[in-house]
Design a protein around this ligand. Structure first.
Ligand code: ADP
Length: 312
């Protein structure tokens, strides 16, 4: 079976308010599929319906060939879930957290114990097996939450904003582990508002905003299709947008303005910078960089992915 998750006209409503507006997507076996979007886009609502925590309001959602509304128990046995909060048992040791969780799945205790040791080693937590959870760092707690979700050898691992609140080093370590899990054959469904996380991990993704899918595809294809290779960031300073457009001519393929910043998509970044030389004295900023998914989101919505008040 190639498609392990299929959503058709999937809707989620809370007290009449529609959080997911009739979306279609599918996740293929052994891929990392991303749901990328800002806060409130509906990412968690989708994840919660997939892991049978929150009922589908309308449409259909098939996971591992079964309907989430009629076969939640059967589906849950074959999923691993990493929800947003760690919800680890802080009174227990690292190992005990896995053993207790494993007992929920009716897996023989001896098998759980053997699997726990192996999984803890994989997540570089083997040396902390007998430590109380409260002594772990944020990154270690998150790795433990993922380790715990793997105790039943799930076919699909669902990760809801897995690296929010982690420092860059902890995020990179986690990304490495998630990539090796995928190589071992686990399908990953990941929600995130970090475009770099989506670019690093996802084979395919949907970009969401306000409960709807704006775009779907491979990260590199989306960037190439909407933006190109490069973005020239211009702080307008005392320059006028019209002057830049006139001066840049057909070396400018497209652009997006946000406040006093202009994000220009050049045909050739270096050549455009040369062309704009007469104006550069009036810019407050000029930077040529590679294009990314954040640019795609900005072009599609006119807004950034991460709001200023969201910690990053
Ligand atoms: P995201 O994960 O992208 O931040 P959510 O799925 O959490 O988005 O939320 C989508 C929308 O649904 C938001 O407007 C949010 O306020 C609303 N929402 C989410 N959960 C509930 C709930 N349990 N009750 C009412 N509204 C909710």
């Amino acid at each position: 079976m190639d498609q392990v998750i299929t959503a058709q006209n999937l809707v989620k409503k809370y007290n009449g308010k529609t959080a997911v507006k009739g979306i279609n997507f599918h996740v293929r076996q052994r891929e990392c599929f991303g749901i990328l979007g800002p806060n409130g886009a509906g990412k968690s609502s989708i994840a919660k319906m997939v892991y049978c925590f929150s009922p589908v309001s309308a449409g259909s959602l098939i996971v591992l060939g079964m309907d989430v509304m009629s076969k939640p128990r059967e589906i849950k046995k074959r999923l691993g879930v990493v929800a947003q909060d760690n919800n680890l048992d802080t009174d227990l040791t690292v190992l005990e957290n896995l053993l207790v969780y494993g007992s929920f799945f009716n897996i023989p205790a001896r098998r759980v114990a053997a699997a726990s040791v192996e999984i803890l080693d994989f997540f570089a937590l083997g040396d902390y097996m007998n430590d109380k959870v409260e002594r772990l760092s944020g990154g270690m707690k998150r790795r433990l939450t993922i380790a715990r979700a793997l105790i039943n050898s799930p076919e699909i691992l669902i990760l809801d904003e897995p690296t929010t609140g982690l420092d860059p080093q902890a995020r990179h370590l986690l990304w490495q582990k998630l990539r090796s899990l995928k190589e071992r054959g686990v399908t990953l469904l990941l929600t995130t508002h970090y475009m770099d996380e989506a670019e690093h991990l996802c084979d395919r993704l949907i970009i969401m905003d306000e409960g709807a899918i704006l775009e779907e595809g491979r990260p590199e294809d989306l960037v190439a299709r909407h933006i190109g290779n490069q973005v020239l960031e211009i702080g307008l300073g005392s320059a006028a947008e019209d002057d830049i457009l006139k001066c840049g001519g057909d070396r400018i393929r497209g652009y997006q303005n946000v406040g006093d910043m202009m994000f220009v998509y050049p045909t050739d970044g270096q050549a455009l910078m040369e062309t704009l030389r007469p104006l550069t004295g009036s810019f407050s900023r000029l930077m040529l960089r590679g294009a990314n998914l954040e640019d795609v989101f900005l072009k599609l919505t006119g807004r950034g992915l991460v709001e200023e008040n969201v910690p990053s």
